[in-house]
Design a protein around this ligand. Sequence first.
Ligand code: SAM
Ligand code: DTB
Ligand code: SF4
Length: 329
Amino acid sequence: MSEAAVRHDWTLEEIEALFALPFNDLLFRAQQVHRQHFDPNEVQVSTLLSVKTGACPEDCGYCSQSAKHDTGLERERLLPLEEVIAAAKAAREAGSTRFCMGAAWRNPTDKSLERVIEMIRAVRDLGMETCVTLGMLSAEQARRLREAGLDYYNHNLDTSPEFYGSVITTRTFEDRLETLRHVREAGINVCAGGILGMGEGPRDRARLLQELANLPEHPQSVPVNMLVQVEGTPLFGVDGIDPLEFVRNIAVARILMPRSHVRLSAGRHEMSDELQALCFLAGANSIFYGERLLTTDNADTGHDRRLFDRLGIRMQAAPADEHKVCCGG
Ligand code: SAM
Ligand code: DTB
Ligand code: SF4
């Protein structure tokens, strides 16, 4: 089979036609595309740390950290550098190759950005890839992060442009695209995806994937989150997504963005081993590994290692990078 072209002009009809395929046909196609670009038995492993938790001014309807929702979460100040380094070292020891630091900000101030840059430099010095998610960024802030050697910036589109206003009112879908533009233009790898199971419809899911796939460059990393329902948030108690529909979304993401890492992200804690195995078969090849996501529990690491053993999956090794000062400390 000839290699599938990397396209940026997917129509909604084409995407809906993929979703309408029989499950086995869709998974077969996704697996074929996956094997053209990746080792099918290797998964990239990232670990998350919330470096600034809670009291966020935004009103994202899914989020435990919004000041607008009463979720009982304790707010925390920006973590001291030593705590970040200790967490990154522990993640590295456990086999994680990328360390992702999240802050509950609408956007970073220039002063707080400098503190995060110290964290990025320290994590790079451990030989790990770095990722941060700090909210909206100006073009200048994106350039500062690139200069500091940041590898990835996470900023999700979250859902379709049409459903977006039912979930978040304090910033727009267009704001999100603008931050992604700043990140891309600064030369930082883009990590952008969304959340499923927020009450959106099938068309919204197809539109989200269309928006991601038709960006000028495909995000290098595409996190597909299943909503973690947090008590006190407006989306608590919403009807979730059919698990097989979730697998279909992974498969369609794999077909639309053949060279991107598709991350089976939040929600694994609530998924069966068999559902996760289907997601890997559908082309997911990245996970968050570690006992916590940002504020909620993640799958148990021992359990993940056993699952990988049972599936014959290997954790991807750290990428060789001569710019990184590897393995100090
Ligand atoms: N404040 C920054 C922002 O929103 O860009 C960074 C942190 S925010 C927690 C990062 C992403 O995590 C969100 O865009 C959302 O896609 C995802 N997320 C947050 N809460 C979630 C939840 N309860 N379930 C699933 N995904 C969630
Ligand atoms: C992403 O797409 N998912 C991660 C990461 N990017 C920052 C966050 C998931 C958060 C889940 C809810 C929580 O732990 O607060
Ligand atoms: Fe704030 Fe990010 Fe949570 Fe939205 S998702 S409330 S911006 S921390």
